[in-house]
Write a protein that binds this ligand. Structure first.
Ligand SMILES: [Zn+2]
Ligand SMILES: [Zn+2]
Length: 122
């Protein structure tokens, strides 16, 4: 699969209820679907997010990201307060893209409940 952000080559790094691909170039993570329900099962899999925060933040500004499945521009889901969260979610298939470092950050104690609230229920 081609990375929706940088068009690098992606490898499958997790095959569970959610299929996760990681980009060899920007180390971003693509989830074939991510919901509040599925997030729970991913909490133990933070190690798939192996890219550096610095690398991820250089791609965070990118706004127009096409869903590889639907060829539609993904929605930006974000909050500024009390913590900053920003990621891409496809409104038709719930595919989600997180930049390198964001999964580790968003499942940490200060972020988790806010991140969960931005995801579709199921
Ligand atoms: Zn990439
Ligand atoms: Zn989609």
């Amino acid at each position: 699969m081609e990375c929706p952000k940088c068009y690098g080559e992606m490898d499958t790094v997790l095959e569970g209820e959610t299929l996760v691909d990681r980009c060899q170039n920007c180390h971003g993570l693509y989830f074939d679907q991510l919901t509040q329900e599925l997030l729970q099962g991913l909490l133990a899999s933070q190690s798939i997010d192996s890219g550096s925060d610095e690398l991820g933040s250089s791609y965070d500004e990118m706004v127009y990201v096409e869903c590889p499945k639907c060829d539609k521009i993904m929605d930006q889901r974000k909050i500024e307060e009390p913590v900053q969260i920003r990621f891409e979610l496809c409104p038709s298939c719930n595919a989600t893209f997180l930049d390198a470092g964001e999964l580790r950050q968003y499942v940490s104690a200060d972020y988790l409940e806010h991140f969960r609230a931005l995801l579709p229920e199921r």
